[in-house]
Design a protein around this ligand. Structure first.
Ligand code: NAD
Ligand code: WQD
Length: 337
């Protein structure tokens, strides 16, 4: 089976490519390298001991995609390509809608032309907005508070409409909670540009000495210690969820919407403590104002994934922190070598 992985050079994509190749899938990576380094591909090749087929192109340009589909018989697409910075999406909404929504539309059009109608889409727990209760089930109300989140909601709806127009489509919408961690080799991992937006890379850059201290965004939430609680999931567990979905996609008779989370919530301070233990480094922090748009608590009910994908996360918070630390300490400047 040949799988096209859009965004396959990025953080989650690169880890998924490793697992796909190890499981015997043929893989074509498609990426415009807008938020990825070619070094990540070389590192993946070193892990799997094989050359990877990579096409540099943009999902918004049908000629780029047509080139791939005309030269490879693609059976299914795992669609990671997208922009993901929430704050940036507020400043540049049109860029986000063009890239994430328009790009996904063009991708589906070209897939349809080449009669490839199986797609796994990277959605996000952000589509639940501020949930009224936790754990979060897939049928909870949906909302978006920023263009990034809205782009995910839009693509989910577009894909459901595509299915309604043509029931041959096989569609899996995976809603990720908070991906963290890295491959156990420490050679691939998350490599944010500039100041990290997300907690885990900020903690690890502080531990390695690149940042002076972590700003903890508020300690007056209604949580165990007042800091925000999230469902952190190891990127390898997340990647495995895609393989389970791919394995079963032919048997799904309607679009499937599935949470990928662990079901456990950890506070910011619990994450700091776990990271200090894993790295044997201090992570200095200061409590600052709440970040606009943040919610107190978000964690998944992952039971539907267990039921329909026979998938559950197996890696705990210690392994998430240890693997992040191995990547960060071996590559203090990410893929810049
Ligand atoms: P990433 O930025 O590391 O990977 C995305 C990849 O897509 C990058 O390699 C980038 O170069 C590529 N890309 C972007 N626009 C493209 C385009 N127009 N054409 C071709 N390639 C393009 O991000 P990630 O963390 O690996 O996230 C992967 C997907 O999962 C994204 O869609 C993201 O929105 C979604 N997601 C991520 C998180 C998270 O916290 N990391 C959570 C939920 C959902
Ligand atoms: C986690 C917790 C912060 C940074 C975001 C996106 C979401 C999804 C995942 C893609 C919160 C606190 C953080 C810092 C802190 N991405 N924090 N200091 O906010 O759950 O979700 O990433 O789909 O769309 O919104 O993750 O890692 O940014 O924050 O105190 O420097 O850490 O307040 O409680 P979040 P995060």
């Amino acid at each position: 089976m040949k799988v096209l992985v859009t965004g396959g050079a990025g953080y989650i994509g690169s880890h998924t490519v490793v697992l796909l190749i190890e499981a015997g899938y043929e893989v074509v990576v498609f990426d415009n390298f807008s938020n990825a380094s070619k070094e990540s591909i070389r590192r993946v090749e070193a892990i799997v001991g094989k050359k990877i087929v990579v096409v540099e192109g943009d999902i918004r340009y049908r000629e780029d995609l047509a080139k791939v589909f005309s030269s490879h018989k693609i059976d299914a697409v795992i669609h990671f390509a997208g922009l993901k910075a929430v704050g940036e999406s507020v400043e540049q909404p049109l860029r986000y809608y063009d890239n994430n929504v328009n790009g996904s539309v063009v991708l589906c059009e070209v897939m349809s032309e080449y009669n490839c109608k199986s797609i796994i889409f990277s959605s996000s727990a952000t589509v639940y907005g501020d949930p009224h209760t936790t754990p979060i089930l897939e049928d909870f109300p949906l909302s978006a508070t920023n263009p990034y989140g809205r782009s995910k909601l839009m693509v989910e709806e577009i894909l459901r409409d595509v299915y309604l127009s043509d029931n041959e489509w096989k569609i899996v919408l995976l809603r990720y909670f908070n991906p963290v961690g890295a491959h156990a080799s420490g050679t691939i991992g998350e490599d944010p540009n500039g100041l990290p937006n997300n907690l885990m890379p900020f903690i690890s850059q502080t531990a390695v000495g690149k940042r002076e201290y972590l700003s903890v965004f508020g300690n007056d939430y209604d949580t165990v210690d007042g800091t925000g609680v999230r469902d952190y999931i190891h990127v390898i567990d997340l990647a495995q969820g895609h393989l389970n979905a791919l394995d079963r996609i032919r048997n799904f008779n309607e679009p499937m919407t599935i949470n990928l989370g662990t079901g456990n919530g950890y506070s910011v301070l619990e994450m700091v403590e776990a990271f200090e233990k894993a790295s044997a480094k201090k992570v200095p922090y200061k409590i600052v104002e709440r970040r606009v748009g943040d919610i107190a608590t978000c964690f998944a009910d992952p039971s539907y994934a267990k039921e329909v994908l026979d998938w559950e996360a197996t890696r705990g918070i210690d392994e998430m922190c240890e693997d992040t630390w191995r990547w960060q300490s071996q590559n203090p400047n990410g893929y810049i070598i």
